[in-house]
Each structure stands twice: as C-alpha cells, then as structure tokens.
Design a protein around this ligand. Structure first.
Ligand SMILES: [Zn+2]
Length: 545
C-alpha cells in the first residue's frame, strides 16, 4: 500500500514553565491511531493544491517548498494542509490578514463556522493569507507497512498565534491540551496517555528547548531532514518493526525495497542472504570481539562472480561460498590481509581457478595471500554486464586496504575501513591514523548509496556515517591533547585511562593500539614530541598560537 501524503503541525507557545505544545487525542474509533495523543494533522486533500489557494500563500513558492521537502513538485500543498488540518481539528487559525500580520484572536474566534467548509471559501470570503514561511519543516515520518492506513507525513513546527486557545472538533479529536513536551512524555511513560513512536521522538527533541524562540530558530535552520520510514522484517522473535536508529534499518530497506516484510533482520553465519540483484552475503562462523557477528563475505555479480573477502580459512565457510557460487566464481578480491579477511583465498582459488586480486600482505599478516594481480587505486573490474567494481585504496586500518565500489548501485564494500557496530582499531606500525583519516576524507568525495562493511549490517546514509567517524577520531585526538595538557609529559600507560575513560577496560588492550596511532599522528604533525618514554605537548610561543 502506498502511504498517503499527509501534513502535521506542531504548535508551540510559551508557558509559565517553558514551551508548551498543542496535542489532541484522536477519537477512539478513528481508523488511524485511535485514542492516541498526536499533533494536529491529516492527509492532503485535492483542495490543498488548488491554484487559487496557492495565490494566497505568503513567503513560499511551490518550487521552494518542494525543494525543502525534497519533492519534484507539489510541496506547497503540505504547508497548506498543515494549516488547514490544524484549523479543522483544533480550531486554531494560523492565517494572516491583508496587512500581513496574524489575524487577531477575536477575529479568529468568529470564524469557527468555516471549520467544516472548504478552506478556500474562508480565505476568499475573509480575504486571508497563509503565512507558509512561518512553518519550519521539521520531520518526515512514514507509517510502517502492514497497517490498515499508511501516511507519508511531513511535520512542521510553528509558533502558535497568540490568544487562540483552540477547541477540538469532537469528531476526529476528542480532547486537546497544551502540555510541556517533558510532561507529555512522562504521562506517556506512566501509561496515562498513548503516544506513538513519531510523537515520542518529536517530544523528546522539543523537550531540549527552554523557550519557543530557540526551538523555532533551531527548526528553521535545520539543513537536512531525515526520512523515518519504519520497516518490518522477520527473525527469531517473529515479525518486528524497525526504526531509523536501529542498526538493521537500512539493510531491511535495501534488501526489501518493496516492503514485503519477509526479509530477515538477523545476521546468521552460513546462511546466504541476497541483498540485491548483484550481491549475496555469507557471514563466516568467526564471531568475536574484533569481528562482531563474523566476517562478511560478499558474492558480487550475476553470470560471473567476484568474491569480496573470502574470510578465514574455515572449511564449512569455504563450502558455503562454493555452493552459493555454483561454478561462477572468477575473481577473489581481498580488502586487506588481516587473518579474518583473506586466508580463504588460497583454498578458494584452488577449488575454482579464480584469480586472486588485492595488495600484497605486509610482514606479520596473512603470508598465504599471493595475489595474481596487484590492484591499484582506481582500477576497475568488469564483473559482468552492468556490474563494475572500482578499487579505492584506503590505507589506515591496514596499509594495503582497498574498498570496492559497485558503480551501478553505488554500494561500497568497505572491508574494515568502516565497520558496523564498533570502531576499527588502528594498530601501528601498519595501521596509520593520519592515513585512515585521509582515506575517510577521500570517500566523502565519492557518490555513495550504501556501505557494505566487513562486519555487521549494511550501513545507510554513508556520508553522514563517514563524517561521524571523522568527528569521533578527532574527538579522541582532542582528548589526547587535553590529557597531555592536564598531566604534563606522560607515558601512554598514564594517558590510556584518561583518554579512553568511556571504553570498557576489557577493550583497553586494543584502545592502547589506537592511542599509539593517535600519538604517532600528533608527533608527525609536530603537535606532540617524544621525551624518552613520555609524550609532551609542543607549546608554541603565544604569538604563533
Ligand atoms: Zn576484519
């Protein structure tokens, strides 16, 4: 079922103890969210796109509105619908008079009889205008598949017109209240009122603001609005709904674009999972602290296949790859030569006659890895009709690390350069923090749709994730500097508990390696110098700071 376009208006007003938001309780018998407390809103109606209404919109064109909502056209109708629905459901009228100021509440009170009439009639008869520029586009929520009704709702935030208390319409809504977001959440938690997920999330975000002006200004300046399209999948707990913040979310969408709800939400070693037309994933049975659920082996292509990261040399895993590959395996690509990624390449070559591609193993890594071809940055492998892999050299986690971009679908196989569910260890001397950050920066220049990591689920919103990783490392680097500032010259052992105070102690052994990488980077950049066993901040003379 295609979700119906809808618009929601979150009205804020200044209360005695901070901002309050208008909520209405939907009629228990309502077909959608019966009984729940929601913000006013509803489905778009044909009248919302009436060109005569468009002439009464202030401050926004359809072109601009559509660009803001990331639509080809028709964006303005959402703004109109938000204001119309709010009036119909709550009686609050966010309209301007001819002088382009909000209409007085005394006048708004006299217009309630229009609530059941076409909106245009009100606008024309009373000569009123829609101040669309007063609405800040704030959220995008799409109802999960499988419900009787589904909406594709745009949420807007606006300051409530002064003096209008509003009154519910007694049909769609049965109750209404002005409430502080925090109080609404608490009442929801106590089970006094029902709040659905999108409402809860919105309330949580709004609860951060001390006054309406700050909230509105924040909303008006939001750059990117994320789409929250709840999805369904099946697994050991039966059918479940997943939200954008869940690690399974993007993989479910990618592997089930038609929203059948039949894809699996689990990471099951040894069970091949088709991710799309070109890609099947088999997880090796080597779960662990460093490998998460196990190493992801990807089979890429249709008639001919490339295997990306054959994984550890575990017989059962190699058998699964051969079984899924059914005589079509022509290339074996390794992102790097750590022992959880490349050792199965030799046996797989033996069994298939496929060519092994990658970059030679540095000392101390998988010595069995002997590529037939050494892959250079930018090289392409034609896996078949309409399926090309382009190599991107991404040193950092390992000096010979490569990512592979499936150019047609823009899926990037990231190996351990980016992994899902944890931060990769940068282990010098082969691991190099400066190179790692530069390699992340380089990926920001690529057009990417999704990341297929060496461990864990597919990762969506690639650029956002890469920027998050960069920020995370630079944040850690700042902690290294702060610790050196506080301690004075210090050994890595003294720095470790301060710099990684947020990391469980059982992981400190690995954190120590990343700390060494951070120190190495800072020394190379001359921000830190070595004094025997200890590291010290380089203090620049004041004028050079
Ligand atoms: Zn790995």
């Amino acid at each position: 079922m295609v979700p119906r376009p809808a618009a929601t208006l979150i009205l804020l007003r200044e209360g005695a103890q901070g901002p309050e938001v208008l909520m209405i309780q939907r009629n228990l018998n309502a077909a959608f969210l019966g009984g729940a407390y929601v913000f006013p809103g509803g489905a778009l109606e044909p009248q919302d796109s009436d060109p005569r209404i468009a002439t009464r919109v202030l401050g926004l064109t359809d072109e601009k509105a559509s660009a803001r909502l990331n639509l080809a056209s028709g964006g303005l109708a959402y703004y109109v619908a938000a204001i119309r629905e709010c009036f119909e459901e709550s009686g609050i009228l966010l309209l301007n008079d001819k002088r382009e100021s909000l209409i007085a509440y005394s006048r708004a009170d006299r217009l309630h009889s229009y609530r059941t009439k076409p909106f245009l009639e009100l606008l024309e008869a009373e000569d009123l205008f829609i101040p669309a520029d007063k609405l800040a586009y704030y959220g995008h929520w799409i109802t999960a598949p499988g419900r009787a009704r589904r909406f594709d709702a745009r949420f807007f935030v606006a300051l409530a017109p002064e003096g209008q208390e509003g009154s519910h319409d007694a049909a769609e809504a049965v109750h209404q209240m002005w409430v502080r977001p925090r109080d609404a959440l608490e009442r929801g938690a106590r089970g006094e009122i029902e709040l659905v997920f999108a409402t809860q999330q919105t309330l949580k975000e709004l609860a951060r603001f001390d006054n309406c002006a700050a909230a509105i200004s924040f909303c008006l300046h939001l750059k990117e609005i994320e789409t929250n399209r709840a999805c369904r999948a099946v697994g050991k707990d039966g059918e479940r709904i997943f939200r954008r913040a869940d690690p399974q979310y993007f993989e479910i969408h990618w592997s089930d674009p038609e929203e059948t709800g039949t894809t699996s939400y689990e990471l099951l070693p040894g069970v091949p999972k088709r991710l799309d037309r070109f890609v099947v994933r088999i997880i090796a049975p080597n779960p662990g602290a460093m490998t998460g659920p196990g190493t992801n082996t990807y089979l890429v292509g249709e008639d001919a296949l490339a295997v990306i990261d054959p994984g550890p040399a575990i017989d059962s895993h190699i058998e699964k790859i051969l079984e899924a590959g059914k005589g079509r395996i022509r290339w074996i690509l390794c992102t790097h030569t750590h022992l959880d990624h490349s050792p199965a390449a030799a046996a797989l070559r033996e069994a298939t006659g496929a060519q092994v591609l990658g970059r030679p193993a540095p000392e101390g890594q998988d010595a069995t890895f002997k590529p037939n071809f050494v892959v250079e940055n930018g090289q392409r492998i034609e896996v078949g009709e309409g399926c090309t892999l382009r190599a991107i050299h991404t040193p950092g986690h390992a000096s010979n690390h490569l990512c592979y971009l499936l150019e047609q679908t823009r899926m990037l196989f990231t190996g351990d350069h980016v992994m899902q569910g944890s931060t990769v260890v940068i282990n010098p001397p082969d691991g190099d923090m400066r190179a790692y950050l530069a390699s992340l920066e380089a990926l920001l220049k690529e057009d990417l749709a999704i990341l297929a990591p060496g461990h864990g689920y597919l990762i969506g919103a690639p650029h956002k994730e890469i920027r998050r990783l960069l920020a995370h490392r630079l944040g850690r680097e700042a902690k290294v500097k702060a610790a050196l500032e506080a301690l004075g010259p210090a050994t890595p052992e003294a720095l470790l508990p301060k710099v990684y105070d947020d990391v469980p102690e059982r992981m400190h052994r690995w954190a120590a390696r990343s700390l060494a990488a951070h120190l190495e980077k800072l020394v190379a950049e001359r921000s830190v110098r070595i004094e025997g066993e200890r590291f010290a901040l380089v203090q620049l003379p004041p004028r050079e700071r």
